[in-house]
Design a protein around this ligand. Structure first.
Ligand code: ADP
Length: 249
């Protein structure tokens, strides 16, 4: 401080520099804590499938030759748990490669065509009705791949957490948006405030069965940020949910 003041900095300026420095340190520490939390949550999430795989491999080694039913069950469990590990690591990589996520390539996108394409792709996998409603103006200038990625996450969730039809609504022009509505179990206000957090799942057991990792919506949230838009959820428990992505105005 003495040295700095010798250079002619006034006391107030020094205090101000101190504040800026403290603020910077706080931000660094908080980022560091977040990163640490992410690594620890991720390890925890990967440990569960890994220990299931290990115990089934043990069963297989002990009983695999004599008992075909054990062999069957073990192989199925090992396959599904390794698939789970694959999707967790893939989604973690998407979040970690933030720099490439930030690269935006804008073009004019026909939102209605994008929604139709998504509806087609998903109705094959899920064998469900996916309606597309489009306003007259359907075009938006945006990054097509990122919007598509975001829509696929919302649509996949809508189908996973409901059993009835799903509606995709799109509007282009000045107040463009994409809205995905389902008529499933819905979310309470408290749950709504947590679902965009990494690894958060309302019902871990159910989400495990549907192949959920708790990372989809945090990727959707990050995508909405890099696209400069906003993502919102509207829902009441038992009455389904709507997820809306508003393009920048
Ligand atoms: P997951 O891989 O578990 O689906 P997400 O981050 O996409 O992870 O979602 C987090 C949690 O939010 C889900 O586990 C689920 O509990 C809840 N959720 C997401 N979408 C819906 C929806 N359309 N209806 C009800 N709950 C939902």
């Amino acid at each position: 401080l003495k040295k700095l003041s010798l250079k002619g900095n006034s006391k107030d300026e020094l205090y101000e520099m101190g504040d800026t420095f403290n603020h910077m340190m706080e931000r660094l520490e908080s980022n560091f804590e977040k990163q640490n939390q992410f690594v620890s949550d991720a390890s925890h999430e990967l440990k569960t499938p890994l220990s299931i795989i290990a115990s089934y491999a043990g069963l297989l080694k002990r009983w695999g030759k004599e008992k075909p039913e054990v062999r069957e069950e073990a192989v199925d469990a090992i396959l599904s748990e390794s698939e789970r590990m694959r999707s967790i690591t893939e989604q973690m990589l998407t979040l970690a490669r933030d720099e490439s996520m930030k690269e935006i390539k804008k073009q004019t996108v026909d939102l209605s065509a994008l929604a139709e394409e998504a509806s087609h792709a998903f109705s094959k996998t899920y064998d469900r009705e996916i309606l597309v409603k489009a306003a007259e103006d359907m075009e938006a200038v945006t990054d097509k791949d990122k919007v598509k990625q975001l829509l696929y996450i919302l649509l996949d969730n809508a189908l996973k957490y409901s059993e009835d039809k799903v509606i995709i609504e799109v509007q282009g022009g000045k107040s463009s948006f994409i809205k995905v509505t389902d008529f499933g179990e819905g979310l309470s206000k408290e749950e709504q405030s947590k679902i965009f957090d990494r690894f958060y799942r309302v019902d871990k057991a159910r989400s495990r069965k549907t192949g959920g990792t708790g990372l989809g919506l945090s990727i959707a949230f990050r995508l909405s940020q890099v696209l400069d838009g906003k993502i919102k959820v509207e829902s009441k428990p038992g009455e389904g949910a709507s997820f809306i992505f508003y393009f920048p105005g």
